[in-house]
Each structure stands twice: as structure tokens, then as C-alpha cells.
Design a protein around this ligand. Structure first.
Ligand code: RRO
Length: 300
């Protein structure tokens, strides 16, 4: 009843681990799957290792978290060792980033044989110039990165978009035109900042970071809704999902699958099973036989 087929990737339910949370080792990714996720997404990784920012890298605010991890990762060579150790039956999405189309392609080619899908992170709101949202805020750069990876790659490719744009439809259309198979939305919102009243200074070492959690859910829902009316590729909704009602909202807005990240901080990994059990009960109550039947119901 909960199973979905996302670009040919079969998932036992529509929940996925969002990029950036528990996604750096095979053992944590295996563990997330054992707790009920339908698929897992890695922490974003790049060609070369990246130390990321100094601590503190994350701070809690009402209804959300602000993070500036700084795109930290051990680099693709080292990441491959982890990808080998992920259990075969687990649908795995590699989140990758770079500063140019050719850099994205190099990383994608290294890992495509080890994963089911690639998610292009062109949307980190506090990335260094030339990376992250500086790509995803530019329609032409978005097009070039997606086109290059699609030309080189045989696995499905999703583009993860930033909400920090004037018109997300324009960016989504470019990603679709360039051939992406799916669109993930949204990455964290921002840049956001929290100041410590004792020191009088910003708490994060990077000063500002990306806001995630329930605070951004209404924006994520609006982005999914708008993009659903604009493109024909499947959408993956992410942003502030905490319970099954949030999942239903995302499905109605137009998402075919959803990702959970910050809620793990509040509720632990049990959230995957809880959301799926509650979603199934809701579908039985409302007479929905499959997830597909719920996708896009808020339209028209
Ligand atoms: O690593 C991070 O600081 C980070 C990334 Br790559 C991203 O895409 N989004 C985010 O909120 N943080």
C-alpha cells in the first residue's frame, strides 16, 4: 500500500532520509533503513575532502535548527568505501556537490555504479562562492550542471533546489529542460542567524546557516505546489516533516516521495516507522489504495 516507484527505484514506502543527517557512514545509513525509511540519501560529498566549518555548526531555534556544517565530507574516494558497505537491498541516493559541471560529473561517475540515484546539491544556502545555492539561484548554471551529469550518467538524477530564489518555477523548468529525472525541494532556508545574548555574537562559527525544521514547512509546501504545476517530473518533498499529516500535505501538494531530516533530532529514528504506520492508517480511513492516488490532490 505504501510502496512507490520513484524514477524506476522501488521503495517500500515514500519516506527517505534527507541529505545531511546521519548520512556519512554505511552503518548509520543501514541503521536508518532498519528503522523504516524507504530510501536513504547520503551527506553531500565532493571530489576532494572538505573539513567544513569549526564548531558550533548547529543551533536550535523555535521550530527549527540553523546549521552551517560547511559541506563537510571525506571526499569521494573515501565515501566510496562507505557506499560499498551499504546493504544491497537498500535504495541509496548519493547527494553530490561541486563547483562546476565537470566537477559534478567526475563525482557522479565515481559513484553511479554504487547507488540507485544521484541528487545534485545545487542549493546549500551558506556554501562558498561558486558552490551550492550560487548554482541553484542561477537558471543557466542549473541547466549546465544538470545537463552535464545527465549526459554522463546512467542512473536517475534529481536536482535539489533552494527556496532562496524569486521564482522557483523558473529554476525547476531549467532543471527539467536539462533532463533531470526528479526534483527535490527544498534545501534549508536562509541564510539565517542566531545571536547569543551572553556574548552578544552570532552563535555559529560561520555566523549564518540554513534554517530547517517545522518553521520552513509552509514554504516547502508552497514550493512543491508551484513546481508541480510547472514540470512533469516527480517531486521529492522535504522541509519540516514531523508527522504523517505533514506527509499527506506534501503528497497533496504534488510530492511523490518525501524526506525527513531535522525531525530525527527531535524524535529519533522511530519517526520513520511512526509516520508510515500513521500514514497507512490514514489511507485506510480515507479509502486511498496507493500513494500515487494522493499525489497532487491539492490541485485543480
Ligand atoms: O553541509 C552543510 O552545511 C549543508 C549543506 Br551541504 C546543505 O546542502 N544544506 C545545509 O543546510 N547545510
Amino acid at each position: 500500500m505504501l510502496d512507490v516507484n520513484l524514477c524506476g527505484v522501488k521503495m517500500r514506502n515514500p519516506t527517505m532520509l534527507a541529505a545531511g543527517v546521519l548520512g556519512i557512514t554505511a552503518s548509520s545509513l543501514n541503521r536508518v533503513y532498519h528503522h523504516g525509511a524507504g530510501a536513504v540519501v547520503t551527506k553531500s560529498f565532493s571530489l576532494e575532502p572538505n573539513m567544513g566549518y569549526k564548531n558550533p555548526t548547529i543551533v536550535e531555534v523555535p521550530y527549527g535548527l540553523i546549521n552551517a556544517m560547511g559541506l563537510s565530507n571525506p571526499g569521494v574516494e573515501s565515501f566510496k568505501e562507505e557506499l560499498y558497505k551499504i546493504e544491497d537491498r537498500i535504495p541509496v541516493v548519493a547527494s553530490i556537490y561541486g563547483s562546476s559541471p565537470s566537477e559534478f560529473v567526475k563525482v557522479a561517475l565515481e559513484v553511479q555504479g554504487l547507488v540507485d540515484m544521484i541528487e545534485l546539491n545545487i542549493s546549500c544556502p551558506h556554501a562558498m562562492e561558486g558552490y551550492g545555492a550560487t548554482i541553484g539561484q542561477d537558471p543557466q548554471l542549473t541547466f549546465k550542471v544538470v545537463e552535464a551529469v545527465k549526459e554522463a550518467c546512467k542512473v536517475p538524477v534529481a536536482a535539489k533546489l533552494t527556496p532562496n530564489v524569486t521564482d522557483i518555477k523558473e529554476i525547476a523548468l531549467k532543471a527539467e529542460e536539462a533532463g533531470c529525472d526528479a526534483i527535490t525541494l527544498i534545501n534549508s532556508l536562509g541564510p539565517a542567524m542566531k545571536i547569543d545574548l551572553k556574548t552578544g555574537k552570532p552563535i555559529l562559527s560561520n555566523k549564518f546557516g540554513g534554517l530547517s525544521g517545522p518553521a520552513i514547512k509552509p514554504i516547502a509546501i508552497r514550493c512543491v505546489y508551484e513546481v508541480y504545476e510547472t514540470v512533469d517530473v516527480p517531486l521529492i518533498g522535504v522541509g519540516g516533516i514531523t508527522d504523517y499529516k505533514d506527509v499527506v500535505e506534501f503528497l497533496y501538494a504534488g510530492a511523490s516521495a518525501i524526506q525527513i531530516g531535522s525531525a530525527i533530532f527531535y524524535h529519533g529514528l522511530g519517526i520513520f516507522k511512526k509516520v508510515c504506520d500513521d500514514l497507512k492508517a490514514f489511507m485506510k480511513r480515507e479509502g486511498f489504495k496507493s500513494i500515487n492516488k494522493m499525489v497532487g490532490l491539492a490541485h485543480g
